[in-house]
Design a protein around this ligand. Structure first.
Ligand code: AMP
Length: 188
């Protein structure tokens, strides 16, 4: 599906939790809108809550393409977004991550919890073992990722993370600059 129309797509990881400070929701919505304005398609976990829902709404409101990949194993705990371009149902979390990876040209993590971090680190570890060679970016809203980046830098300094692998991701605080850089890499 990914390249049929030559369209570029990004996989977005971000939090499903509701009740977050408005600035996080707004940043997710603005990111979705910015991607849609550039004609970049989005692939994500498919639910309507939290930053995931806000990001999808931002893109859909501008006519952007948003594909959700929702695992049956969640059993309705994360409600599917009702307005998606396409909602793909998969049996489990592993299939979800593999399918999202196959459909996209790069990954972006916005703030989130365990699920987001799991997905981010799987994208990083799959790149490390050569399962894919796609770019990975963090949108660092309100310095959310700063402690994580400090930790990864420590892991790189001590040698647990190779210098080459430290460069698998880049960090931007501004959505447009992040998309400029990804667009340059993936040719969007
Ligand atoms: P969170 O960042 O915890 O709010 O979760 C964001 C998204 O990640 C949600 O759609 C979760 O269902 C998803 N998620 C949670 N755990 C996993 C996992 N092990 N593999 C893939 N996705 C997950």
């Amino acid at each position: 599906m990914s390249k049929v129309s030559g369209k570029r797509r990004l996989c977005i990881f971000c939090g499903a939790a509701d009740g977050l400070p408005a600035e996080y929701r707004e940043a997710a919505r603005a990111f979705g809108a910015a991607a849609a304005r550039r004609g970049i398609g989005l692939v994500y976990g498919g639910c309507s809550t939290g930053l995931m829902g806000a990001m999808a709404d931002g893109a859909l409101d501008l006519g952007g393409e948003v594909i959700g990949v929702l695992p049956d194993v969640l059993g309705g705990r994360e409600p599917g977004h009702p307005r998606l371009t396409e909602l793909l149902r998969v049996p489990d979390m592993h299939t979800r991550k593999a399918m999202m990876t196959a459909l996209v040209d790069g990954f972006v993590a916005l703030p989130g919890g365990y699920g987001t971090l799991d997905e981010l680190f799987e994208a990083l570890t799959w790149r490390q073992i050569g399962t894919h060679a796609k770019p990975i970016a963090l949108l660092d809203v309100d310095d959310y990722f700063a402690p994580l980046i400090t930790f990864i830098d420590q892991a790189a300094r001590t040698g647990f993370v190779a210098e080459r692998a430290r460069r698998f991701f880049f960090v931007e605080q501004d959505a447009e600059r992040l998309l400029d850089e990804l667009a340059r890499i993936i040719g969007a």
